[in-house]
Design a protein around this ligand. Structure first.
Ligand code: 3PG
Ligand code: MG
Length: 403
């Protein structure tokens, strides 16, 4: 059992808190399109403000590779948060430097300030000690609710946390909720345990998948990830997204005789374009796919067989959509799975990752899910048994940390 120091034990009063969150939210036309990750931090923010704390919020958006890039500015998020909190949230044009320090000093009790994207500085992703030292100047206490980024050993997640004394750093309420629910899956006793994996970010996921195969009874693969497996089996997939660097791992997973049965789609929806397709058709796996066609959803036969497996499950973990669900023609698979997961009434169901969460919410059944995780890659890694650097740094020594 992992136990972390919590903000409630820290009991901060009238101090300045450096609060790391994961506000890497989906955006559309410069507006926040799904605010789940922001909403889930409100309880910690309220708690800190009720105690007259000043809160300095650090977050990232996208992958700007260490350079300022307006496309990844957190300013729209700051405005959204201000509406949710129904109070002014001060905006800082940068996340370190003399000006920022001066602005923090001016914050009144209960004042909230949002810093510009931490990843505009290369030191963030490099966990650079100098950058961490600069961040350390912005608070008396450190509280981390960035569960979704806790698998990254970045400066605001690890480096700066280590610069606070043990009794000055803790996880927030979001972090506590995530750990409580996700540990129900890692200590899974309710079987069958069915894991559904999809999404386009393949590289970082295929290895935790290897671990998941040892834990689950069935692993149902869809989306871009399925393409990679199908390609590893020798199917030609036209112009589909295939992660060619992961083919060897995919082959290894398919040939392993671990606990879980790995299921791959038996049919696919293919199109000539993922955004504005003019030709869309359903093919069986093994059928010819033209050079300009790409697989963009699981087909109806696959949806039916996956849904049947899901309906028998007692524990369900879902990470990543089954296709390009933002495009109507390719949304049936993800929507169907959202329905199946939410109707598995006897199961503990956990859905993680921005897009799967969006799909479940759009299905209108999100209240039937036991836990909606704010972490995509992070929840997958956690469930696969990996140690997440952002959680390790908050662990209590008494829980056997370091075992
Ligand atoms: C996420 O959205 O998964 C987290 O914010 C982490 O983002 P990253 O994959 O760019 O590190
Ligand atoms: Mg993401």
């Amino acid at each position: 059992m992992i136990r972390i120091a919590t903000v409630a034990e820290l009991d901060p009063r009238d101090v300045t808190v450096f609060y790391r969150v994961d506000y890497n939210v989906p955006m559309e036309d410069g507006q926040v399109s799904d605010a789940t990750r922001i909403e889930e931090t409100i309880s910690t923010l309220q708690y800190l403000r009720e105690r007259d704390c000043r809160v300095v919020i650090g977050a990232h958006m996208g992958r700007p590779k260490g350079e300022r890039n307006e496309k990844y500015s957190l300013r729209p998020v700051c405005e959204h948060l201000s509406k949710l909190l129904n109070t002014a949230v001060y905006w800082a044009e940068d996340c370190i430097g003399e000006d920022v320090i001066a602005w923090v000093k001016e914050l009144p009790p209960t004042g909230v300030m949002m810093l510009e994207n931490l990843r505009f500085h290369a030191g963030e992703e490099k966990n650079d000690p100098e950058f961490a030292k600069e961040l350390r100047k912005l608070g008396d206490f450190y509280v981390n609710d960035a569960f979704g980024a806790s698998h990254r050993a970045h400066a605001s997640i690890v480096g700066v946390a280590e610069l606070f004394e043990r009794d000055q750093r803790a996880g927030g309420f979001l972090m506590m909720r995530e750990l409580e629910f996700l540990q129900k899956v890692t200590n899974v006793s309710e079987r069958p345990f069915v894991a559904l994996l999809g999404g386009a970010k393949i590289a970082g996921k295929i290895e935790p998948l290897e671990a998941l195969v040892k834990l689950a009874d069935s692993v149902l693969v869809g989306g871009g990830m399925a393409n990679t497996f199908l390609a590893a089996q020798g199917n030609s997939l036209g112009a589909s997204l295939v992660d060619s660097d992961s083919l060897a791992v995919a082959e290894r997973i398919l040939s392993a005789t671990e606990r879980a049965t790995v299921h791959l789609p038996s049919d696919l929806v293919v199109g000539d374009d993922v955004k504005n397709p003019s030709k869309v058709r359903t093919v069986d796996v093994g059928d010819e796919i033209a050079g300009d066609e790409m697989a963009a959803d699981i087909g109806p036969k696959t949806l039916e067989s996956y849904s049947a497996i899901v309906s028998e499950a007692k524990t369900i973990f879902w990470n990543g959509p089954m296709g390009v669900f933002e495009t109507e023609q390719f949304s049936a698979g993800t929507r169907g799975i959202a329905k199946a997961v939410s109707h598995a009434a006897q199961a503990i169901s956990i859905v993680g990752g921005g897009e799967s969460v969006e799909a479940v919410k759009a299905s209108g059944f999100s209240d039937r899910i036991s836990h909606i995780s704010t972490g995509g890659g992070a929840s997958l890694e956690f469930i696969s048994g990996a140690k997440l650097p952002g959680i390790e740094v908050l662990r209590k020594s008494s829980d056997g940390a370091g075992d």
